[in-house]
Design a protein around this ligand. Structure first.
Ligand SMILES: Cc1cc2nc3c(=O)[nH]c(=O)nc-3n(C[C@H](O)[C@H](O)[C@H](O)COP(=O)(O)OP(=O)(O)OC[C@H]3O[C@@H](n4cnc5c(N)ncnc54)[C@H](O)[C@@H]3O)c2cc1C
Length: 403
């Protein structure tokens, strides 16, 4: 079987060239500027413009729609590199990637032609909206509703924690179309809601959608997280994902499918932030002296570095395995859950170990590790908490090993 025997680190010439380009971009453009944008909590527009030029918004979009047509494995490698620079930058592309996946897998030809070419260039960016003020893990409890009026659906309700909620031009929104459906997930539909990028009050054909001021956060700054208020917003029936006939009542299943690739993507972000924390720990421990020698020469610090590097390698392998299985068309729900669980947990642990190695300076804003310390916990929450991953892994394990 290709997946089991393929060397995980083997890269094609194309992957090597792209990753070299992304690494250079991260070292020259993201790392030197992240501190500024983080401190100001400002959207990194010039960096995002350069990402558009590099084609990073179209990595997985097919060439016929203007993208690069690359696989999940390559995308995962790119996300690790971007997250090594700053996880907020990977946040700018993450929901966009999920939106592209939804369109590519479930969209009608008309929907693909309408949106994918502009998404491939980054002219419009996508957001993904399940969570509401009263729920995140329990998606089937959503209250946002959509009711048919002539040839459109009127959406009402409040969404929460929408990454790229303000600057996006299209949001994939899960809403209830049948309150009496049993089980409830059969009464949920994904609406492809277009909006005006950057407008807090949408008007004209997008009237009825308001974006309140961005939520103030501990970390993960620069990329906005917002609520979305739908109050009589009208979405044409033709913009139900997959078309009304096929897509009505299928939203939950479609979005859970997208979360599976989203989990591999979050795992790659965990690897990237852990890799950077390891690099910072390795450097600082050789510079800082205590008791007459660099702290790296004290065995306790070496053991810490050894554990950190081992965790990073293990998380990278799990992540690449999940991505390669998905690309090979194999079932990878279990592996995606494992990768997300492990990489996000070790992301936080490795960052904390590096923070400890930095001593008091780790607590200072002068040092990059302070930002990583505030950024890493998000990965434990987004795309399903660690508890939810364990529920997915446990369920899938029992399914695969049923006696
Ligand atoms: C910065 C940020 C960006 C985000 N971006 C997006 C986005 O773009 N789109 C979007 O839709 N959402 C987004 N989210 C929301 C995110 O997906 C949810 O926060 C997450 O799914 C958890 O939901 P919750 O916060 O409502 O926690 P809850 O579901 O209320 O859970 C609270 C706690 O209870 C635990 N728990 C819940 N159920 C169980 C159970 N059955 N068994 C054991 N433990 C359980 C959870 O693990 C957690 O520890 C974002 C969140 C953040 C913080």
């Amino acid at each position: 079987m290709a997946v089991a025997t393929q060397p995980f680190y083997e890269k094609t010439d194309e992957q090597k060239a792209i990753l070299e380009m992304v690494r250079q971009f991260v070292d020259e453009q993201i790392l030197p500027q992240a501190e500024h944008y983080d401190a100001a909590d400002e959207f990194p527009a010039p960096i995002v413009d350069q990402m558009k030029e590099l084609g990073l918004f179209g990595v997985t979009i097919p060439e016929e729609h203007g993208g690069m047509g690359l696989d999940l494995t390559t995308y995962t490698m790119i996300v690790e590199e971007l997250s090594r620079g700053w996880i907020s930058i990977s946040g700018v592309v993450n929901t966009h990637f999920i939106g592209s996946y939804l369109l590519m897998k479930f969209g009608t030809e008309e929907q693909k032609e309408r949106l994918l070419p502009r998404m491939a260039t980054g002219e419009i960016r996508a957001a993904f909206s399940l969570s509401e003020p009263e729920l995140g893990s329990d998606v089937q409890a959503i209250k946002t509703s959509a009711v048919k009026r002539d040839d459109a659906y009127e959406i009402n309700g409040q969404k929460m924690w929408v990454t790229n909620g303000l600057m996006s031009g299209v949001v994939f929104v899960l809403a209830k179309t049948d309150r009496d459906a049993s089980p409830p997930y059969k009464g949920m539909t994904c609406f492809v809601c277009e909006k005006e990028p950057g407008a807090s009050e949408n008007t004209g054909e997008h009237a009825g959608l308001t974006v309140p001021p961005k939520i103030k956060k501990m970390g993960y700054k620069g990329v906005e997280s917002t609520e979305l208020i739908f109050d009589g917003y009208s979405c044409p029936a033709g913009m139900i994902l997959g078309g009304e006939e096929v897509g009505l009542g299928k939203g939950f299943v479609q979005m859970m499918d997208a979360l599976e690739v989203g989990r591999v993507n979050v795992a790659a972000r965990g690897v990237g932030i852990a890799q950077r924390a390891l690099e910072l720990g390795l450097r600082y421990s050789q510079e800082r002296k205590a008791f007459g020698k660099p702290i790296a020469r004290h065995q306790a610090i070496q053991f810490k570095l050894a554990d950190m590097a081992t965790k990073v390698e293990a998380a990278r392998l799990l992540t690449l395995k999940a991505a390669r299985m998905k690309d090979a068309g194999e079932r990878s729900d279990l592996e995606a859950g494992m990768a997300k669980l492990f990489a996000s947990e070790i992301g936080k642990e490795v960052v904390e170990d590096s923070f400890r190695i930095h001593g008091g300076y780790g607590y200072s804003k002068e040092y990059e590790i302070e930002r990583l310390y505030r950024d890493a916990p998000l990965l434990l929450i987004g795309e399903g908490t660690s508890e939810i991953q364990r529920m997915v892994i446990g369920k899938k394990l029992l399914e695969r090993h049923k006696i």
